[in-house]
Design a protein around this ligand. Structure first.
Ligand SMILES: O=C(CO)COP(=O)(O)O
Length: 253
């Protein structure tokens, strides 16, 4: 049995005060991390304070991006070792918004995954197809290519602790969710790629999230599917009630 993982991706939302109030409100109500991994990936600026507020609780704090170098002349960037120095547990890598607006390539994502491992941060590796790619029947080809590139050069022991997030781009922030069966099919195809590259044991252990308009009303059906082990959630992670509902529903599966 794979433990569910619910990660909120706040993107570029919330003031500092709102972020602190959110974590203060949810930290005591998060179910035990034996049952579910609950994560909030917040704007970088807020991370040290949020890690502090969430310390000694079952809520983990993550970043939404990082550079692959530990230091250097990269104005405006944040490094893996800087994140680990403030005890950040997770980092989202290769989100479609970063690939689209910030020219993040498969090669850069692969370097970032390596850097996250060295820094002891769990990478949440994103993949997903555009509407055009889906309509032309290229979903699995696109997603497999992204995953093969991101996982290039690692061992099964390393890969089994990573998290993959399948987020169809057309379902992000649009209110359109892939049907649970469609999402499960693609997550199953990703698991198959992992099995081919790293073996059955690794494929059975790695957790694969679905992301794209996940909310309390649809999470149960998504998580009831064989290959969907959690969710990467944008909009519905911004409110205390809906985030807690997602986490609570995840353990009822
Ligand atoms: O991009 C997402 C999470 O990373 C999904 O966002 P929404 O849940 O708002 O569709």
């Amino acid at each position: 049995m794979r433990k569910p993982i619910i990660a909120g991706n706040w993107k570029m939302y919330k003031s500092f005060e709102e972020a602190c109030q959110f974590v203060e409100a949810v930290r005591e109500q998060i179910p035990s991390e034996d049952k579910v991994d609950a994560v909030i990936c917040a704007p970088t600026l807020y991370l040290p304070t949020l890690v502090d507020i969430a310390s000694e609780t079952d809520l983990a704090i993550g970043a939404q991006n990082m550079h692959y170098e530990n230091e250097g002349a990269f104005t405006g960037e944040i490094s893996p070792s800087q994140l680990s120095s403030i005890n950040v547990d997770y980092v989202i890598l290769g989100h479609s918004e970063r690939r689209e607006y910030f020219n993040e390539t498969d090669e850069a994502v692969n370097k970032k995954v390596a850097a996250a491992l060295l820094a002891g941060i769990v990478p949440i590796i994103c993949c997903g197809e555009t509407l055009e790619e889906r309509e032309s029947g290229n979903t699995e080809q696109k997603v497999s290519g992204q995953i093969k590139a991101a996982l290039n050069g690692f061992s099964a022991e390393e890969v089994e602790h990573m998290v993959i997030a399948y987020e169809p781009i057309w379902a992000i922030g649009t209110g359109k969710t892939a049907t649970a069966d469609d999402a499960n099919q693609v997550c199953g195809a990703i698991r198959q790629v992992v099995e081919e590259l790293f073996g059955k044991d690794c494929a059975e252990k790695i957790r694969i999230q679905y992301g794209g308009s996940v909310k309390p009303e649809n999470i149960e059906e998504l998580l009831s599917k064989e290959h969907i082990d959690g969710a990467l959630v944008g909009g519905a992670s911004l409110q205390v009630e809906s985030y807690l509902a997602l986490v609570t529903k995840a353990i009822a599966q």
